[in-house]
Design a protein around this ligand. Structure first.
Ligand SMILES: *Cc1c(COP(=O)(O)O)cnc(C)c1O
Length: 360
């Protein structure tokens, strides 16, 4: 079997232990004589799977009782519109803090449903930092304040959730969900597409404070209505069964590792080793402000475009894959989510040092 070091930004690498278990159970899940892909979502087998997944996720994030977990579809992109559709009651204004290209997309979608106030933006410095909260110009009438916890393309991450007082904080956590402990109570709503750090694509996880559900006066399609999902335990129609099953295995994998505090230590170590390698050389660079650097997505470049290209092709022939930076920024990007082993990061660093010796 050949397994490469896969630095993809998403869909991304899954823990090898989880893949092994999926393989083990693919023909016959727990004596049911069928795979999870083939069973009724109303049967007792799948009911156990979804209930376990929910209970394990609850434990991982220490979910307070006044919050609900929704398993939805449509990716984070569907949430870009569901959030304003569902959360805005009387107010037709929402605040957005824009720290990268996912923020830009969230705003573009929200503008179809409400007036968007851009409370702060780091576009002035190519999204390389997070504007200080003292400089945010929030609107007191806003229904919520939206942030992107980790900008997957730019590699910019909030280290702490901002204090937003009575205005609910909404966070797109797609690329950092479960990479560190989450103080859920600081948020009104958290959403994350699964395919970065949690499981296969096709599942979107929403954590929502219960009092924010069902306040919208709009006519909402059922598939876009948090209340429908909350009341039906995310089973009003056929859920993404297989992704929920795999995500459930990832939750168990995380719990066995020691939960989010334990994985945070590993993530700190992996990212700081990589940034040290970049900062310790005149050959590589990362332009993000140090205190706002992402632990999950590390963009970097060499001295020029041609050298970047050579870096990528030589990396590929060493089984270091998917390191190409997003098409909008170029260069390289190493996505080092939870499932990326420390050894793979060490291998990348060795390769970087060798490459620098030859080309620097
Ligand atoms: C990947 C990503 C998205 C888009 O997710 P889809 O599942 O493709 O809709 C949105 N926000 C962030 C932060 C992402 O990383």
């Amino acid at each position: 079997m050949r397994r490469v070091c896969n630095f993809s930004a998403g869909p991304a690498a899954l823990p090898i232990e989880v893949l092994a278990q999926v393989k083990e159970e693919i023909f016959d899940w727990h004596g049911s004589g069928m795979s999870v892909m083939e069973m009724s979502h109303r049967g007792k087998e799948f009911t156990t799977i979804i209930e376990d997944a929910k209970a394990d996720l609850k434990q991982l994030v220490r979910l307070p009782d006044n919050y609900d977990i929704l398993f939805m579809q449509g990716g984070a992109t569907a949430q870009f519109s569901m959030v304003p559709m569902n959360l805005l009651e009387d107010s037709h204004t929402a605040d957005y803090v824009c720290t990268g290209q996912w923020g830009v997309k969230a705003i573009k979608e929200a503008e179809k449903f409400c007036a968007v106030n851009i409370a702060a933006s780091s576009a002035d410095k190519k999204y390389s930092y997070i504007p200080a909260i003292e400089d945010w110009r929030c609107n007191k009438q806003s229904g919520y304040i939206h942030i992107t916890s980790n900008e997957t393309i730019g590699g910019v991450e909030f280290n702490e959730p901002p204090q937003t007082g009575n205005i609910p904080l909404v966070a797109d956590m797609s690329s950092s969900f479960l990479s560190r402990p989450i103080d859920v109570e600081k948020y009104g709503l958290i959403y994350a597409g699964a395919q970065k750090n949690v499981g296969p694509s096709g599942l979107t996880i929403v954590l929502i404070r219960k009092d924010l559900i069902g306040n919208s006066k709009r006519v909402l399609p059922s598939m876009f209505d948090y209340r429908v999902f909350s009341e039906a335990n995310s089973m009003s129609n056929t859920p993404p069964c297989f992704p929920i099953y795999v995500a459930g295995l990832v939750f168990k994998w995380l719990l066995e590792l020691g939960g989010l505090m334990a994985i945070e230590q590993v993530n700190k170590k992996k990212s700081s080793m990589l940034y040290e390698c970049i900062d310790g050389s005149d050959f590589y660079r990362n332009l993000v402000k140090k205190s706002h650097r992402s632990r999950m997505n590390v963009p970097f470049s060499t001295i020029d475009d041609n050298t970047d290209k050579r870096f990528l092709s030589e990396a590929l022939s060493n089984d270091l894959c998917e390191l190409k930076g997003h098409r909008s920024v170029g260069g390289m990007r190493a996505s080092i989510y939870n499932a990326m082993p420390l050894d793979a990061v060490k291998t990348l660093i060795c390769f970087m040092k060798e490459f620098e010796k030859k080309n620097g």
